[in-house]
Design a protein around this ligand. Sequence first.
Ligand code: S3P
Length: 437
Amino acid sequence: MKSISSKNLKGNILIPGDKSISHRLVILSSIALGNSKIKGLLKSDDVMRTVEAMIGFGASIKLLNPSSCLITGVGLGGLAEPKTALDFGNSGTAARLIMGLSSSHPITTLYTGDSSLSMRPMQRVLKPLINFGSSFSLRKDEFLPAILKGSVSPIPFIFDLNEPSAQIKSAVLLGALNTPGTTIIRDKFNTRDHTERLLGLYGADINIKRKKTLNEISIKGVKDLNGIEVKVPGDPSSALFPIVAALICKNSDILVKNVLINPTRDGAFEALKKMGADINYFNHRIMAAEDVYDVRVRSSNLIGIDIPKTKSPTMIDDYPILAVAASMAKGKSCFKGVSELRYKESDRFNGVLDLLKKNGVKVESNKDTITIYGKRELKKGGIEISTNLDHRIAMSALVMGLISNKEVKIDNSKTINTSFPNFYNLMTKIGAKLYKK
Ligand code: S3P
């Protein structure tokens, strides 16, 4: 796929379901008692890995058209041992959350993934789960494939989250569901809280104390979850691609419908507003225990911004597209404390530097900071970007092409299906010049 300089982006688009919430709804519905109906499920490659895994554990999952899904759960503690290895493809969230869930069941599971997922660290998730009484082994002590032997009689524990990762926190929360007694998690990073919100909807015995410097989450296990009917809010990280495109392409005015706005996830939206972005929220409603809005976005003259390390959990997936916005902002932008980007679907720290440098943007970096010298002018283009199986680098590069004199090409557009299968259709619907060949 490739893209070229565009203007006058106009129209309304409906953002597909949130990836984080879709994974969690499939997992929780699969262990609830009875039936759940999910509307607006994101049917992307990543979420389908969770669907296949949960079928492997014995859940009955029917995908209805276009985006509904009926799930009959196995009931708490009812996971069957999968007969074959589970292939998690590109999805770190699916693999890590399900590791947590299976760690408190008396079953052994084999985890595999694609070449990108097989290079991502797994100790950070599996080590805490040993406290439930599980054990594991990893290739080179760090990478997939993994074998996880779940605990026969799981034990609760107190866990201090040492890395700003919602996946690690959620893995422990999911393991706690089938563990008698109270598991306590202390999160000083305020990581995304979708699991906690959803657990409340399913009737889990969960309690959150917001203390001065941390959130203390207590969960009492072995309490049945009930099936639910739910609608999935739109993915804010996906929404940011058309939103940034409208901000930086001249004479644009779009309405992006159905966007989840959660304070643990909205750092990029807040940063863009501080950069001078004309972004307004309308039509508030609640879906899946989350706030949802329609978002109007108009072309804006952006200015550079300093983003401190403390904000990184609220925008961890959004630095690549924010970097594209910063390249079109007047002055210097500084993203601090972003070394965690090295461990995403690809090494996004270097991926962001590569994308900007190749397109003639001045950037500097040190161990965990990226500095971008933006200018409100079209970039050179005439480049091809290696996506390294990273959907967000792919889509960021294509948005970068919309402010480039010559085209920007990506080497692999299939990777976009990881999170945003109708990206091409929605972007071209608002007038972005994207071409499949
Ligand atoms: C996610 C958490 C984040 C994020 C990922 C989705 C989740 O990962 O990057 O895309 O759904 O919990 P970390 O928890 O590793 O930061």
